[in-house]
Structures are given as C-alpha cells and as structure tokens.
Ligand binder design. Structure first.
Ligand SMILES: Cc1ncc(COP(=O)(O)O)c(C=O)c1O
Length: 383
C-alpha cells in the first residue's frame, strides 16, 4: 500500500469539524442544537449578487477567465480600494482566487522554499500553519495576549524573526479574538517587516465587519504588503469560493504561474457575481448592524455567566473568552456543553496551543433568538 507523503502527519485536522459532526448527529436524533461554533454568515448572499449570477448564466459565458482573473473584476476591485481606503492599486496586482484559502495556498507556494519560515500569532486562524507546512516550510507560532490585543507586534516580530524567515501574517480583525490592530501598531509592524527584508501578509477577510471604527488596509502603511481578502464573510458568499490577493509587482509572475498550474482560474460565475457584490453596500450594512446587535447582547450576557472577555472585540463575528473561572479544560467543557446543553462553541485548541485550555470562541454568525436560547442553556448548564 502506498502511504501519503510524510508531511501529512504535520497537517492538523480542523478540530471544530469533529464537534460539528457530533452536533449534526444529535440534530439527526431530533435535538435542537444552538450553533455558535462555525464562522460562517447565517445570512443569504445579497439578492443583487444572485440576480447578477442568474443574468450571467443566461448569457452563456462559462469559459475560463485569464488565470489572474476577469479584468473587469480586477478593475472593479481596484476602484473599490480607492473608494474604501483611498489607496491606488494597479489592477494587474490584484489576483482573483478561489476563496481567500486559494489566495493563501497560492502565495505560500509562490513565496516559500523548503526550510523557510513564516511568523504567525497563537492564537490564530489554524489553516495558516498547515498551508505553510504543506510547502515544506515552518510556521513560527508566537504566543500573543491582551497586551498586544492578541496580535503580533513589531517587538515580537523582531524577537522571533530568523535568518530564513520570509513573512509575518496578521489577521485584522482577528479570528478567533475579533480584535483590531491599532493604526500605530500596524504602521510599525509594516516598517519592521520591511527593515527585516520580509513581507507583511495581511488577512483582511473580516474588513467591513467592524463595530466602532474601520479596519485599515495594510497597503495604507506599506505598498509592498501582501493583502488577502475575499467575499465569504462581508458579503455572505462562502459557497461561491471567491477571493483575491494583492501582491507587489515582483511577485505577480510567480503567482500567475502557480495559479495557471494549480487552479487555472477562479470560477467564472463567481467572478461575475463578485462584481455585483462590490455594489451591495446596503445589504452589507444591514448584516453588520445585525452582527453588532448580537455582539452587544453577548458582551453583556457572557461575563454574567463567568466568561472573561479581556479585550472587547471590535470586529469579525467572534468573541474569545477566558473560561479559567469555569473550567480547567476548555475542550472537555465544550464537549460537555454540546452533549448536555446542546450548545456548540469552539475550544481554544483549534487556534493554537498558547493558553488554549483556558479559552473558547463564540461565533455570533447565528440568529439572535438562537443566541439568547444558547445563553439561557449555558446558564442552566453552569447552575
Ligand atoms: C481569518 C480567515 N482567513 C481566511 C478564511 C478562509 O475564507 P475563504 O472562505 O475565503 O476561503 C477564513 C475562514 O474562516 C478565516 O477565518
């Protein structure tokens, strides 16, 4: 029997999927489960996007686009950057990808040689580490806490940077903590990566879903930054598998070659839908307001139950809570909560190892009525 490559041993499963599978099984047995584990918008894709997709299908163009994407979408995104952040981005630097995940597999394949490394925050979005390992490179997971709003800082980057490091990644606002990076911190981060001769990679997939202040684009601080974004969250388009990446001119050719070989191109239908999404400001704003209402509710309710929220999250749809006052073992707590109370939340171990047993993540990408029921059930469970 042929075995898979040895590197696969280093690729961790997405543990929350096991919890989700169990939740689905309980639902099949007739139980009502409250889902606060999954980071997927509960809203349908905006109608203007669906209409555009229908029109496109009727037009019959279902052929490949160029590998770097439909020039119309590239141009539309370039104009959107001017409007949204007042930055000028040449449309050629915008590469259209199958989801933000596609952008990450592309950039790491284009950027990393075996043995090189990338700096990441722990806790952080788990797939990053695995994308890096798949390329034979090494993720350097750096513990972060409330003192840096759970983000890498310039000082941390300097301390952990190695001769073979190529980039540092920030997720702003963060998954799992929902916290935003301060503008000044972002400026020094960008400057530090430049000085060290590496790239700042900024995952901006939760931009637009912020409450209080807008997230700043890394390109506002460094024209050489690599920006990754997508339509899944802000525009509620997870299943369309469409995203983009902005790279410095020097990387375009390498990315194009990887793209041609791995994906050929992002789905044509989704690219056309995405052009319409960029005009869906009203729908995006009403989703944002709904998320904010849920966020307010949980920020009040959770501390009363003993969950400690050290830094108020101002973005994404997550609350990262310390459970040390409730349990020494967040994983066991999440499983018991699911089995006994029918509420699914994500244990900290999905996002790294640093203080993982002390933390859980709540997702409020689920309706307020369900969230209220969930809180009620958690209260009963804890009593
Ligand atoms: C921080 C972060 N980056 C990227 C992704 C992947 O998103 P996409 O659906 O665009 O592949 C996710 C999905 O949860 C995420 O949380």
């Amino acid at each position: 029997m042929l075995a898979p490559m040895r590197r696969i041993d280093q690729i961790e499963p997405f543990r929350v999927m096991q919890l989700l599978e169990r939740a689905k099984l309980l639902e099949a047995e007739g139980r009502k489960i409250i889902h606060m584990e999954i980071g997927e918008p509960d809203f349908p894709t905006p109608a203007i996007v669906i209409d555009a997709a229908h029109r496109h299908l009727d037009g019959g163009d279902n052929f490949y686009t160029p590998s770097t994407g439909s020039p119309v979408l590239q141009q539309a995104i370039s104009c959107w950057y001017k409007k949204e952040y007042d930055v000028d981005v040449d449309a050629q630097r915008i590469l259209i990808t199958p989801g933000t995940s596609g952008a990450f597999s592309l950039i790491y394949a284009a950027l990393l040689d075996a043995g090189e490394s990338v700096l990441l925050s722990d806790p952080g979005y788990p797939c990053q580490r695995n994308f890096i390992r798949l390329n034979g490179a090494e993720p350097i997971n750096i513990p972060v806490g409330p003192d840096t709003r759970y983000h890498l800082s310039a000082e941390l980057i300097r301390r952990h940077w190695q001769a073979h490091s190529r980039a540092a990644v920030v997720i702003n606002p963060s998954n799992p903590t929902g916290t935003l990076i301060d503008d000044q911190a972002m400026a020094t981060l960008a400057e530090t990566c430049r000085e060290l001769g590496g790239y700042l990679i900024s995952d901006e997939i939760y931009h637009g879903l912020t409450y209080g202040r807008q997230a700043r684009c890394a390109l506002e601080f460094d024209d050489n930054a690599i920006v990754v974004n997508g339509f899944s969250k802000r525009w509620a388009m997870t299943g369309w598998r469409i995203g983009w990446m902005i790279v410095p001119e020097t990387l375009i050719d390498a990315c194009r070659r990887v793209m041609q070989n791995i994906f050929i191109a992002a789905p044509t239908l989704s690219q056309h839908a995405a052009i319409a999404a960029l005009r869906a400001d009203d729908a995006v704003e009403s989703m944002r307001l709904a998320y904010n209402e849920r966020r307010h509710y949980l920020l009040n309710a959770l501390p009363e139950l003993g969950f400690d929220i050290v830094i108020e999250p101002q973005g994404a749809f997550y609350i990262y809570a310390n459970v040390a006052k409730i349990t020494p073992d967040a994983r066991a707590f999440c499983w018991e909560l699911l089995e006994q109370a029918g509420v699914a939340i994500t244990p900290g171990e999905d996002f790294g190892v640093f203080k993982a047993a002390e933390h859980v993540r709540f997702s409020y990408a689920t309706g307020l009525d369900d969230i209220r029921t969930g809180v009620q059930r958690i209260g009963d469970f804890l009593r």
